[in-house]
Design a protein around this ligand. Sequence first.
Ligand SMILES: *[C@@H]1O[C@H](CO)[C@@H](O)[C@H](O)[C@H]1NC(C)=O
Ligand SMILES: *[C@@H]1O[C@H](CO)[C@@H](O)[C@H](O)[C@H]1NC(C)=O
Ligand SMILES: *[C@@H]1O[C@H](CO)[C@@H](O)[C@H](O)[C@H]1NC(C)=O
Ligand SMILES: *[C@@H]1O[C@H](CO)[C@@H](O)[C@H](O)[C@H]1NC(C)=O
Ligand SMILES: *[C@@H]1O[C@H](CO)[C@@H](O)[C@H](O)[C@H]1NC(C)=O
Ligand SMILES: *[C@@H]1O[C@H](CO)[C@@H](O)[C@H](O)[C@H]1NC(C)=O
Ligand SMILES: *[C@@H]1O[C@H](CO)[C@@H](O)[C@H](O)[C@H]1NC(C)=O
Ligand SMILES: CC(=O)N[C@H]1CO[C@H](CO)[C@@H](O)[C@@H]1O
Length: 346
Amino acid sequence: MFVLCFMASLAMSARNLTTDQLSLVEFKNRVGDPHNVLANNWTVSTPVCNWLGVSCGVKHERVTSLNLPNMNLMGTIPPQLGNLSFLVYLNLGSNNFHGYLPEEMGKLRRLRVIQLSFNSLQGGIPPWLGKLHKVEELRMGNNSFTGTVPQTLASMFNLEILDLGYNQLSGQIPSSIFNISSLKEIDLPGNSLSGSLPDDMCVHFPKLEVLELHTNEISGDIPSSEIPEEIGNLVNLEEINFRDNLLTAQIPASLFNISSLKFVSLYNNSVSGSLPDDVCQHLPKLEYLYLNFNEISGNIPSSIGKCSNLKNISLSTNQLTGHIPKSIGNLTNLQALYLSYNKLEG
Ligand SMILES: *[C@@H]1O[C@H](CO)[C@@H](O)[C@H](O)[C@H]1NC(C)=O
Ligand SMILES: *[C@@H]1O[C@H](CO)[C@@H](O)[C@H](O)[C@H]1NC(C)=O
Ligand SMILES: *[C@@H]1O[C@H](CO)[C@@H](O)[C@H](O)[C@H]1NC(C)=O
Ligand SMILES: *[C@@H]1O[C@H](CO)[C@@H](O)[C@H](O)[C@H]1NC(C)=O
Ligand SMILES: *[C@@H]1O[C@H](CO)[C@@H](O)[C@H](O)[C@H]1NC(C)=O
Ligand SMILES: *[C@@H]1O[C@H](CO)[C@@H](O)[C@H](O)[C@H]1NC(C)=O
Ligand SMILES: *[C@@H]1O[C@H](CO)[C@@H](O)[C@H](O)[C@H]1NC(C)=O
Ligand SMILES: CC(=O)N[C@H]1CO[C@H](CO)[C@@H](O)[C@@H]1O
């Protein structure tokens, strides 16, 4: 009896693992592999769980991880991947895959990590990604994705890292994305995203650490009273980068209230207003402050000397007036200070 049960369960798991193996064989048959990295041991003589880049779970003995970055693999991503129903981790980053993502991938409900960056994938960011509620990291940067960021991504309730940078995405970032409260990193630089950010964008982001939106076309018709109050809710924010956008807002005073900040760049926008008197009162960690190529006016507050970790300040090409505060001399970590093209005196 024991033996029978044992054999039955073995047969069952073998049957399903065999299914995984068949899917991987299909994957291998359809993928271009010029360096023969899969030829070596993706063979019947090696157990599938020992194939290069393949790992299986202990509990169900099914394929849970497919980890094949940087292998010069090419072609389109085969739909058979969608049969690996226990897959938790998928990394096909830094290869030469092109074409559309197969819709069958939407069946992979256990996925937690999707790493497809640095390929030549095309088409829209698929709306079915929203069905993958467990995904924590979605990395699809440096591809050729077009179209808009789909609303449905808001259903990725566990998303911590959203990296769609360096694609050809356009249109407005759907405001529902700013409702995913698990997000730690938003990386969308190097696209053509436009429109303004939602008024309440900062309300739902207790965990946000990195906001990278540089090199887009985001404009600042956000009422200037909105960002200021809300942005102070980002208690974990370390890096905020809006370089090369079209922001016209007033520089939000409460930006300087986020004491976790290390890196701030609003370089090359049309941000106006002046630096608050207590600019560095609450920024003990700030290392980089790039506000150059804007329309910031007023004086450089002497409290700037309190940002004791500052390494690089660039305030050049603005409308700053008055004297350069002596307190800048207190910044012992400073490596670079750019103040040219202003109306400073003294
Ligand atoms: C399969 O190939 C990889 C890389 O060549 C190697 O690390 C791994 O040990 C191989 N597995 C077996 C079972 O030979
Ligand atoms: C795997 O997926 C393909 C396409 O999605 C499907 O046609 C095929 O029947 C599946 N194969 C197995 C063994 O489940
Ligand atoms: C990603 O793409 C951008 C823009 O094409 C490029 O500047 C950057 O070097 C790329 N990153 C890598 C690591 O290839
Ligand atoms: C964001 O979440 C709040 C509260 O859960 C909800 O009222 C609001 O409609 C959501 N906004 C969007 C754009 O989904
Ligand atoms: C500012 O950004 C625009 C695109 O928004 C770009 O064309 C221009 O070269 C940038 N200027 C500087 C000084 O970097
Ligand atoms: C900055 O924080 C202080 C203390 O929490 C608060 O009183 C002040 O209103 C904040 N300033 C802005 C501009 O949000
Ligand atoms: C400071 O920032 C400027 C502008 O981004 C850059 O050109 C320069 O290399 C930086 N200097 C140092 C020492 O980090
Ligand atoms: C394709 C295949 O044989 N899948 C089997 C995996 O195991 C389940 C449950 O035992 C079966 O229902 C499937 O047919």
